[in-house]
Design a protein around this ligand. Structure first.
Ligand code: AMP
Length: 400
């Protein structure tokens, strides 16, 4: 079955056409700057070079139409007809408490998704826009919503409840939900394969370190805790997001700087984290370069990033009551020996020991980077969220 995987942001659509019979990604790409000047479609068929097409792309409907056209185009296409797209899988950020698994998209489901906008005002509206655009462009093709939160659905109450009046949970659904679920799920399954043991017998810590970053504690294939919370702002420090902080700071800064809610939101989500501390960049490559050139604030940002990650890893060993493997994934986790080495420092006491030579070799590829004698295996595993979405989509469509 050929599944079109769609990930919609406010001004972008990322896509991938995956043949789930072979797991080959036939083509992938992105439409950027939707509704702005300079809209551009970048498209890469699996067997030909990347192309860029500039066009006026006013909304998500036009964007999806462009995607379908290029997938069928004579020079850059990978299919001949629309009907070859047999199903569409949509990444939906927030599934709330209701969705513990992926679901077929129906008119009733769209109502449920609209009701969830309150929990994820920055993400879910764009996901819904993508679904509506596909309904117009590819009518009749079955569509599935795959939630970032679903994998964390079995988290126990002691991990998801915040120290607030319980009525806040009952009234507003304020609890930890966790995100990056498809990535944590994918790498935990690959880790079990690498270790040659059933996932049900393993205790794992998975570190998804991309522009957004989260850690998950996975016991027997079940996420029992994760660092992102009610929103994807909590936990690790990220490119532009603060991660954990004393909640009173927000009140203090809002009062002192006379910030509106919107401004405070922008401060925490767009001007904090690595970019905020370093003043250099939100891109880890540039932070590492600057730190090596002795840029004082880039060094603090890098050290703080790794230190916080190390604290989470150590805490999750406690949450799990042991550890079989530590997994690094996503842009930074897959490609940065520096971050892996720094975040594993002092964790020998927990059985985590990495081999420097292997660590330096593990750039963008699957590898065990632990020392031969280490009690805990440390693994680098490239993530593939789109493949999880494609497989889930097929499973749900075939079950109808
Ligand atoms: P993602 O969101 O998974 O695409 O990851 C994006 C992040 O990965 C950015 O912060 C990049 O700086 C980071 N990244 C990509 N390649 C490297 C690398 N070689 N070393 C350090 N960070 C990297």
């Amino acid at each position: 079955m050929k599944v079109l995987v769609i990930n919609c942001g406010s001004s972008s659509v990322k896509y991938q056409l995956i043949d789930t019979d072979t797991d080959v990604s036939l083509a992938k790409g992105m439409v950027a700057r939707i509704g702005m000047s300079g809209s551009v479609l970048t498209h890469k068929p699996h067997d030909r070079r990347e192309v860029k097409v500039s066009a006026e792309i006013l909304d998500h409907i036009v964007a999806i139409e462009y995607v379908v056209s290029i997938l069928m185009s004579e020079n850059h296409g990978v299919i001949k007809e629309r009907s070859e797209i047999e199903a569409i899988g949509h990444r939906v950020v927030h599934g709330g408490e209701k969705f513990s698994d992926s679901v077929l998209i129906t008119p009733d489901l769209l109502v449920d998704l609209r009701n969830l906008i309150d929990l994820a005002p920055l993400h879910n509206p764009h996901n819904i826009r993508g679904i509506n655009a596909c309904l117009k462009t590819l009518p009749g093709v079955p569509m599935v919503a795959v939630f970032d939160t679903a994998f964390h659905h079995k988290m126990p109450a002691h991990a998801y409840i915040y120290g607030l009046p319980y009525v806040m949970y009952k009234r507003y659904g304020i609890r930890r939900y966790g995100f990056h679920g498809t990535s944590h799920q994918y790498v935990s399954e690959r880790a079990a394969e690498m270790l040659g043991k059933p996932l049900s017998e393993l205790k794992l810590i998975t570190c998804h370190l991309g522009n957004g970053a989260s850690v998950a504690a996975i016991d027997g294939g079940v996420s029992i805790d994760t660092s992102m919370g009610f929103t994807p702002l909590e936990g690790l420090m990220m490119g532009t997001r603060s991660g954990d902080l004393d909640p009173a700071i927000i009140l203090h800064v809002m009062a002192r700087e006379e910030l509106t809610l919107h401004e405070a939101n922008t401060l925490l989500n767009k001007h904090s984290g690595l970019a905020g501390i370093s003043g250099v960049s939100s891109d880890m490559r540039e932070i590492i370069e600057a730190a090596k050139d002795n840029h004082a604030n880039a060094k603090i940002a890098l050290d703080a990033y790794c230190y916080r990650l190390r604290k989470y890893i150590a805490a999750y060993v406690g949450a799990l009551g042991g550890l079989d493997a530590l997994v690094y994934t996503a842009g930074i986790g897959e490609n940065s020996p520096d971050v892996r080495e720094c975040s594993c420092e002092r964790l020998e006491c927990l059985g985590i020991e990495i081999d420097k030579t292997k660590n330096n070799q593990a750039v963008g590829k699957q590898m065990d980077i632990s020392t031969d004698g280490a009690r805990v295996r440390t693994l680098v595993i490239p993530t593939n969220e789109e493949l999880v979405i494609a497989h889930d989509t097929r499973r749900i469509v075939e079950a109808q």
